[in-house]
Design a binder for this molecule. Structure first.
Ligand SMILES: Nc1ncnc2c1ncn2[C@@H]1O[C@H](COP(=O)(O)OP(=O)(O)OP(=O)(O)O)[C@@H](O)[C@H]1O
Ligand SMILES: [Mg+2]
Length: 310
């Protein structure tokens, strides 16, 4: 449905997107995962024809979207990272404004407003000014606006950042329903692994303007199928302890978090004895140790040596 080839964007001298290849099949829910500054928003802006690329192509049903923007735009809904609403107007008035921009009028417009408000669960609050809404409610209206013209493809740029857990769950459930029940094709950008694990069939992992891994969740995790993650929670981090862990050859990778160490080790390696020895030698107080099979977060750690969230 959508095919992206060798896409790149350079702002003056800053390379935001270096070389991105990806595709979207009809009805799929695809995740684009990457840390801050990876180039996710820039990639999305190019796919949605809002930003011309420096190089490469985006095709929709085989046609270049920049040469034929009228093909993609009517079937595409974009939820931008920044909330784009008129704060002093009510939700209803915002929807009416954007609905008209999409060419809806009269009864069709009214029906569509009520239908989408219902979908995002804000029908009761529609008369209130947007600036009286919580961050999560604004997000939901932002999504409603993107859905008004019945798009077939929905691109969402980090729609759950900085909002309350209730709104977040609401949005996640809604996106899942739109995909599973209404057959919308979804491209979902996030730096929350759990969200992508929950929502998406296929995942692209992006870092420094490039796709560094892609595949189904299962395929990505199989990169680490012979490894497991050991998380050591400590009272406080200590250099002597980290040094001992780093010197241990059987630890494939190590990351320090806030009061914890994350180790990736080969499956079946018995390291707990050593870990406790090191802790005793360096007088580090261990609060807990957990061994887990890898998550997508671990795949990212493995590929980049960093965690997704800063
Ligand atoms: N208009 C611009 N001019 C110059 N540099 C830009 C511009 N837009 C983005 N960049 C740079 O390009 C890089 C990628 O930015 P982008 O916003 O695409 O990342 P992102 O993955 O969406 O990050 P975040 O998770 O923080 O939203 C960053 O280093 C950013 O500073
Ligand atoms: Mg972004």
């Amino acid at each position: 449905m959508i095919e992206v080839k060798n896409l790149g964007k350079t702002f003056k001298k800053k390379v935001a997107v270096e070389d991105v290849n990806m595709y979207l099949e009809e009805g799929e829910s695809v995740g684009l995962l990457g840390p801050n500054g990876a180039g996710k928003s820039t990639t999305i802006s190019m796919i949605s024809t809002l930003l011309p690329p420096t190089k490469g192509t985006v095709k929709f049903n085989g046609k270049d979207v920049f040469k034929h923007p009228k093909e993609l735009r009517p079937v595409l809904g974009v939820v931008p990272q920044e909330i784009a609403l008129y704060e002093e107007l009510s939700a209803y008035e915002n929807m009416k404004f954007f609905g008209k921009v999409y060419g809806l009028t009269g009864k069709e417009l009214e029906d569509k407003i009520q239908e989408t408000l219902e979908l995002v669960g804000l029908k009761e609050r529609q008369k209130d000014a947007v600036d009286t809404y919580s961050g999560g409610m604004k997000r939901r209206i932002n999504i409603a606006v993107a859905l008004m013209h019945d798009p077939k493809i929905l691109i969402m740029d980090e729609p759950t950042v900085g909002i309350d857990p209730q709104s977040r769950n609401y949005i996640l459930d809604m996106v899942r329903k739109l995909n599973r029940e209404k057959g919308l094709t979804i491209l979902y950008t996030s730096h929350y692994m759990e969200e992508v694990e929950k929502l998406c069939d296929r995942v692209y992992i992006m870092d420094h303007g490039q796709i560094i891994a892609s595949g189904t969740k299962e395929e990505l995790k199989s990169i680490l199928s012979n490894e497991e993650t050991v998380t050591i929670q400590v009272e406080e981090l200590k250099k002597e302890f980290s040094d001992l862990l780093s010197s241990q050859q059987r630890i494939n990778r190590m990351m320090e978090g806030e009061n914890e160490y994350n180790l990736i080790v080969s499956k079946g390696e018995q390291l707990l004895g050593e870990i406790f020895d090191y802790a005793r030698q360096t007088q580090v107080k261990i609060i807990g140790i957990h061994v887990q099979t890898p998550t997508l977060e671990d795949v990212f750690l493995h590929l980049t040596g960093r965690k997704l969230r800063d």
